[in-house]
Design a protein around this ligand. Structure first.
Ligand code: BTN
Length: 333
C-alpha cells in the first residue's frame, strides 16, 4: 500500500524534508498518490509538516505508533516480522486468541489503546491512547506446558532491557512478571496458552505486555496513582514508543531462542540480575494466607526459591503471589 511505503520513507528520514517528487520516484507511484497518502496519514494523526514546493517532513518528536516506525528498528528474524498495529482494539491478547490458528509464529499485534485490556487473575488493564504500548506476540512453541513460565520470564527480561535502552534507567523485577521502579509498576505481562488435549503439549501461547510510558491527560484513577509508574516519570527524556516496541521484540526473540535451546542458565542469570529483592524478606500470599520468607533464587523453570526457618521451598506463580517488605527501593504495592 502506498500509504505504508510513504510512512516508511518518512520514518527513515524523520525530521528531514523529503520532496514529493523524490517520494514518488522512489516508490514508483504518482505525485498525486503520494499526496493522497500524506492526507490519509495526517487524518490518522501522524504529524507531517509540508512546505511550499511539495516537501514533507515527519515531525522529529512524533510518537505515533506504526508498523513502519517499529520495523525500522527491528533486528529479529521472526518475532514481529509479521505485524499489525491498531489504533484501538478490545484486547491484543484476545485478538490473537481468535486468529491463533491462521497467524504465523511471531505475529505481533500492537495497539495504541485497548477498550478491554486484560490483566492477570481476571483483572482489567487500563490502556489509554497515546500513553503506553499494548502488544501481544503469538508463539507456536515446541515447549511442554510446564515450561510456560519461562515465556513470561523471557518477556520480563526483554522489557527490562528495552526500558534500559530507551528510557535510560534500570528497572527491577518482582517475581514473576512485575517490572517496577521505586515500587511503581511500569509493565504488566499476561501469558496465555492453549493445550492440545491428546498430547498435552502447547498448541499456541500468547504473551501480552502493557508498558506505561506517560500519564494520560487528566491522570490515572485515584486508586491507581500509588501503584502505576510511567517510563517518563523516571527518565530525563521522552520515550519513543515505536523504538520501545522494537527493542522489546528484539530482546524477546533473543530470550525465546535461549529458552527453546534450553539455555536456562543464561536466561535465569539475566532475570536474576534484575531481582533486586533477593535475600530480603518477602510476604507470600496464598489462598488469603500471608507468611514471611526470605527470597533466595529462581529455578530454571522460573519458580521462586524461598527460605523459611532454614528450610528452602519452591513456589509456582500460578498459586502464589508475593509482596515486598517496605524498604529503600521497594515500598509495598
Ligand atoms: C497484569 O499485570 O495483570 C498483566 C497485564 C497485561 C496487560 C497486557 S496489555 C497487552 C495484552 N493485552 C491484554 O489484554 N493484556 C495484555
Amino acid at each position: 500500500m502506498v500509504k505504508e511505503k510513504v510512512l516508511q520513507a518518512l520514518e527513515q528520514h524523520r525530521g528531514e524534508l523529503v520532496s514529493g517528487g523524490t517520494l514518488a520516484r522512489e516508490l514508483s507511484v504518482s505525485r498525486t498518490a503520494v499526496w493522497k497518502a500524506i492526507t490519509t496519514l495526517r487524518n490518522e494523526g501522524f504529524p507531517i509538516e509540508s512546505v511550499a514546493g511539495g516537501g514533507y517532513c515527519l515531525s522529529e518528536d512524533s510518537d505515533a505508533l506504526s508498523a513502519a516506525g517499529i520495523t525500522l528498528h527491528l533486528t529479529t528474524d521472526t518475532i514481529g516480522r509479521s505485524l499489525t498495529v491498531f489504533s484501538e482494539i478490545d484486547s491484543t491478547n484476545s485478538y490473537l486468541k481468535l486468529y491463533a490458528a491462521e497467524l504465523p509464529h511471531g505475529h505481533t499485534v500492537v495497539a495504541d489503546s485497548q477498550t478491554g485490556g486484560r490483566g492477570r487473575r481476571g483483572r482489567s488493564f487500563l490502556s489509554p491512547s497515546g500513553t503506553g504500548v499494548y502488544l501481544s506476540i503469538l508463539l507456536h512453541p515446541t515447549l511442554p506446558l510446564e515450561q510456560i513460565n519461562r515465556i513470561t520470564i523471557g518477556a520480563a527480561i526483554a522489557a527490562c532491557h528495552a526500558i534500559e535502552e530507551t528510557a535510560d534507567f534500570t528497572p527491577s523485577l518482582k517475581w514473576v512478571n512485575d517490572v517496577l521502579k521505586h515500587g511503581k509498576k511500569l509493565c504488566g505481562i499476561l501469558t496465555e496458552a492453549s493445550v492440545e488435549a491428546e498430547t498435552g503439549s502447547l498448541s499456541y501461547a500468547i504473551v501480552g505486555i502493557g508498558i506505561n510510558v506517560r500519564t494520560p491527560d487528566g491522570g490515572y484513577p485515584e486508586e491507581l496513582n500509588s501503584i502505576i509508574g510511567n517510563l517518563e516519570d523516571f527518565s530525563d527524556h521522552s520515550v519513543q514508543r515505536n523504538v520501545l516496541v522494537a527493542h522489546f521484540l528484539n530482546h524477546f526473540e533473543r530470550c525465546y531462542h535461549l529458552l527453546e535451546s534450553n539455555d536456562t542458565g543464561t536466561l535465569v542469570a539475566d532475570y536474576r540480575s534484575y531481582m533486586h529483592f533477593l535475600n530480603q524478606e518477602i510476604r507470600i500470599i496464598h489462598d488469603g494466607f500471608v507468611e514471611s520468607a526470605i527470597a533466595r533464587d529462581i529455578t530454571g523453570e522460573g519458580y521462586l526459591i524461598v527460605e523459611q526457618n532454614g528450610v528452602r521451598r519452591t513456589l509456582n506463580s500460578g498459586e502464589i503471589s508475593i509482596r515486598l517488605e517496605e524498604q529503600s527501593d521497594f515500598p509495598k504495592e
